[in-house]
Design a protein around this ligand. Structure first.
Ligand SMILES: Nc1ncnc2c1ncn2[C@@H]1O[C@H](COP(=O)(O)OP(=O)(O)O)[C@@H](O)[C@H]1O
Ligand code: SF4
Ligand SMILES: [Mg+2]
Length: 369
């Protein structure tokens, strides 16, 4: 269970990449001022369509790429540390990727792969390392004698268990899982998610769990942050986010999850996503979502929306909650009922500002959005 102890916190975290476009130098603004807080024992789910900056945020937290702003681990600012000095902190925060092929060297036995971080970060003897390797293999539900085998002898789920074993071998406090179960079939996904939940309780981990799959995020997370074009546009306790989203983008993402019952699907009043994700080298003015938002108002293109506290927990960055019609922290879904219930008709005439066609989205966000 989560406690009040903060294990990781970012303030105004920014990452940009220099790129060349049409012969000109410019920058991709991949992460644009992110504040997130991870509490001990908590799973913070991070969602957002492909290209929203989730992996870049994860890499910045791991100090794998340069960033501006602050990253604190256990209250200590580590953002200014050079890679050498960060090495000591590396034990606290580890990462599991989508594709275990990329994190496991195919020419090393599983045992040798898991031993690597032990060699770099500890002074354990070979015998002590072997003992620790057996221990973590047991923790992830694998036989100790698997240490002598190679990654290609395992199934995808087993390989992901090995990647998790490698990530936890130094006893970290934080595990960043970037699409860690996305490549697995559903039943294997469930097994790996169960394992992550078990480990959280058994060895006291906190997770930043990144996924485009909202059902998975809903299942595993205590708290959810929604990312759009490099910004967290809404965050809050998982039940509030899924039960009463306060930001139109969150609502659109939720609508993209297929409802198994077609009758229920038809009965839902849908907010649909229009157009493509904007160019991250030139983010839109004001609210970055304004060209695609069905509720966009005059102010949305002019002024960045402030963070507003939402009843039920968390915040949303949307003008509807301040300059907009009578919404004041209510679920955005109440606006989809033709505007009558909230009196939104007074401020929003039902004609979206953008002329982009509305498109229905369904299924896998990564491939369809
Ligand atoms: N090394 C890089 N150089 C230039 N642009 C990058 C680089 N890495 C990521 N990007 C860009 O940053 C944005 C965010 O990407 P990413 O963090 O991978 O998003 P997500 O993980 O949410 O799909 C995208 O526009 C992507 O093209
Ligand atoms: S600030 Fe405006 S454009 Fe942005 S999400 Fe809210 S209503 Fe839509
Ligand atoms: Mg990614």
């Amino acid at each position: 269970m989560s406690t009040d102890k903060i294990v990781m916190q970012t303030e105004d975290l920014k990452v940009s990449f220099p790129v060349r476009r049409a012969g000109h130098s410019t920058t991709v603004q991949a992460v644009r001022g992110v504040d997130i807080t991870l509490r001990a024992g908590e799973t913070l789910g991070l969602v957002g369509e492909s290209g929203s900056g989730k992996s870049t945020l994860a890499r910045a937290l791991m100090r794998l790429i340069p960033s501006e702003g602050t990253v604190k681990l256990d209250g200590r600012d580590v953002s200014g540390l050079k890679p050498g000095a960060f090495r000591k902190e590396r034990k606290r925060i580890q990462m599991v990727f989508q594709d275990p092929y990329s994190s496991l060297n195919p020419s090393l036995t599983v045992g040798a792969s898991i031993a690597e971080p032990l060699k770099v970060h500890t002074k354990l003897s070979a015998a002590e390392r072997a003992e620790r390797i057996s221990e973590v293999l047991a923790l992830v539900g694998l036989n100790a004698d698997y240490a002598d085998r190679y990654p290609d002898e395992f199934s995808g789920g087993q390989r992901q268990r090995v990647a998790i074993a490698r990530a936890i071998v130094l006893n970290p406090e934080i595990l960043v899982c970037d699409e860690a179960v996305s490549a697995l079939d559903v039943s294997t996904q469930n097994q790996v998610i169960n394992l992550l939940e078990e480990l959280r309780d058994k060895i006291g981990l906190s997770y930043l769990f990144i996924s485009h799959d909202l059902a998975v995020v809903r299942h595993i997370s205590d708290y959810v942050a929604v990312m759009y074009l490099g910004e967290i546009v809404e965050e809050g306790p998982v039940d509030r986010i899924f039960g009463a989203a306060a930001h139109p983008y969150t609502q659109v993402l939720l609508n993209a999850v297929p409802v198994p019952d077609p009758v229920a699907q038809r009965a839902t009043t849908k907010l649909l996503l229009r157009g493509d994700i904007p160019d991250p080298t030139n983010p839109p003015s004001g609210c970055a979502f304004h060209q695609r938002c069905p509720f966009a108002m005059e102010i949305c293109a002019q002024k960045a929306p402030p963070k507003v506290e939402i009843p039920g927990g968390g915040v949303a960055k949307c003008h509807l909650h301040t300059s907009g019609p009578v919404l004041a922290g209510r679920a955005i879904s109440s606006l989809t009922e033709a505007g009558t219930e909230t009196g939104i008709g007074a401020a929003y005439d039902g004609t979206p500002k953008s002329t982009l066609p509305a498109v229905a989205v369904s299924g896998n966000l990564e491939s369809s959005l």
